[in-house]
Design a protein around this ligand. Structure first.
Ligand SMILES: N[C@@H](CCOP(=O)(O)O)C(=O)O
Length: 494
């Protein structure tokens, strides 16, 4: 068996990608990484000649080498079929002189679908040889939760338990989750932030007494967040595929460099772009776009990551995050695999809430990454100008990135902005940004008004929520999350 993955914090035990996907997170709290990343280049001319599914297969074969070609082909076939409303899966469309990579054409209208239509397939193959039942424990700031519920609902021998910050997701995101049917799903709001939820989920994974109890019943825990390499790997596909689309339309020449601007909170989406670069995609710059929770912008500017700051509830709630988990993987790769350094920085983050990266390492990171932030007012202004000047309707997360990209000096390279969610997931904020007073209007009145004002059509999976039945109304404190999850395991598996 190919043992390729190990923790960012130690090299002691290496595991296959199937084992890494089943575990979700390494036993020492680190994230699984593979040192084969740089040796495993992807043939760009081949990618430019093929469609999304073929490229997904190429990327996954490279990153998850212990899956067979047949296993991955079956996973890709199931993940990228008729549940997408665009045959391109992730089409690239013009935005002025730049490009939008539309990642919201899947069943839950957010970029998470690209990986969460795939992860359940990968997980099922991985668990086939293992025999355990798997409970997926997921923290969400709005989008991952519904995408995980949709992907894992009804998957045999699998359950999914989602925790979201109560009152801190959009009305539509909330309804998407609480109306989710399925015998193997559980959804619970928590009194706190996404960081509280994600922190507790990581503590649950490390709780030996709890995981031991569950193992006694044949249940293992895993993750649907981008800490799981099975979430990250499928996201690499759309960077390659976007490039291929641009080459095919003649917008860039084969081999030309491109820039990507990514709205990010947990750092998974932009890290997938970094993986693509290390696999040979000609990416000259990755621009990290933050909202008022600008911990990443400050980090890239100063070299100090400091989570000890006020939390801001913004109109781009999926990015309301102060602990960006996947930065740990970037630190690992940029330091040429210095596990000791990563472990010590993560120790400082846990103990003090902050760490400072050596200057030489920051220089390496800044050679690829730049950054910027957008306030809510700037985000609204960008939604409005995109609509009024270009007739392109974008959601607040995409607007954060567009605003940041517009301020960046042009280098001559083609620029692609990741468009991460449907504007209709955030109908009231988008409508307000277009100048409509929304006081007294509920989410569906805003959706209708947005359709009327723009002549665009809300995705049916969102508009049909008005007939949805609320099936989950639990809300708990952080301390009760483990108990909620254990009860869900009992209900689903025992
Ligand atoms: N933005 C996410 C937060 C979790 O990030 P993930 O990419 O690690 O799942 C969300 O919308 O839930």
């Amino acid at each position: 068996m190919t043992s390729l993955y190990h923790s960012t914090r130690s090299r002691g035990a290496s595991v296959t990608s199937k084992q890494a996907i089943l575990a979700g997170i390494a036993p020492d709290g680190g994230l699984y990484v593979s040192d084969a990343l740089d040796q495993a280049g992807i043939d760009l001319s081949r990618v430019c000649a093929q469609g999304f599914s073929e490229t997904a297969l190429t990327v996954l074969r490279t990153l998850l080498p212990d899956y067979t070609q047949d296993e991955l082909a079956a996973c890709v076939g199931s993940a990228y079929g008729s549940q997408w409303d665009s045959p391109a899966i992730c089409p690239v469309t013009p935005l002025g002189d730049d490009w939008l990579l539309e990642l919201y054409h899947g069943p839950t209208c957010a970029f998470k679908d690209v990986a969460l239509q795939m992860l359940p397939q990968l997980m099922s193959v991985a668990r086939a040889g293992d025999g355990h039942d798997v409970m997926i424990v997921c923290a969400t700031s709005g989008d991952t939760g519904k995408a995980a519920l949709d992907g894992f609902s009804g998957v045999p021998h699998t359950g999914v338990c989602v925790f979201y910050p109560d009152g801190k997701v959009s009305d539509i995101q909330h309804l998407q989750m609480v109306c989710q049917p399925g015998d193997n799903v559980a959804v619970c709001g928590i009194r706190g932030t996404f960081d509280d939820a994600q922190g507790e989920v990581k503590r649950i994974f490390a709780d030996r007494a709890l995981t031991g109890r569950l193992a006694g019943h044949g249940v293992v825990l895993s993750s649907a967040n981008s800490i799981n390499v099975g979430r990250l790997a499928p996201q690499v596909t759309y960077y390659f595929d976007a490039y291929a689309q641009l080459v095919r339309t003649g917008a860039v020449g084969a081999g030309d460099e491109v820039e990507f601007c990514v709205p990010t909170g947990n750092f998974g989406d932009v890290l997938a772009g970094y993986y693509a670069k290390r696999l040979g995609l000609p990416v000259c710059r990755l621009i990290v776009a933050s909202n008022a929770n600008d911990v990443l912008t400050d980090f890239l500017t100063t070299g100090t990551y400091d989570r000890r700051r006020p939390f801001h509830k913004t109109i781009s709630p999926s990015m309301d995050i102060l602990v960006s988990s996947n930065l740990e993987r970037l630190l690992y790769f940029a330091s040429d695999g210095d596990c000791e350094l990563v472990a010590s920085l993560m120790g400082e983050l846990a103990e003090k809430g902050a760490y400072t990266v050596p200057a030489a390492l920051m220089d390496k990171i800044r050679a690829t990454f730049s950054c910027g932030r957008a306030s809510d007012d700037e985000t609204r202004a960008t939604i409005r100008s995109c609509w009024e000047d270009r007739h392109v309707l974008i959601d607040p997360h995409t607007a954060v990135a567009t605003c940041v990209l517009e301020r960046e000096a042009r280098t001559g390279a083609a620029r692609v902005c990741l468009s991460t969610a449907s504007p209709y997931k955030f109908s009231s904020d988008v409508l307000e940004a277009l100048g409509v007073v929304v006081t007294g209007m509920n989410g569906f009145a805003c959706m209708d008004a947005l359709e009327h004002l723009t002549g665009t059509v809300a995705p049916t999976q969102l508009s049909s929520l008005r007939e949805g039945e609320v099936l989950h109304d639990d809300v708990c404190d952080r301390e009760k999350m483990a108990g909620f999850m254990e009860s869900a395991c009992a209900r689903v598996f025992l």
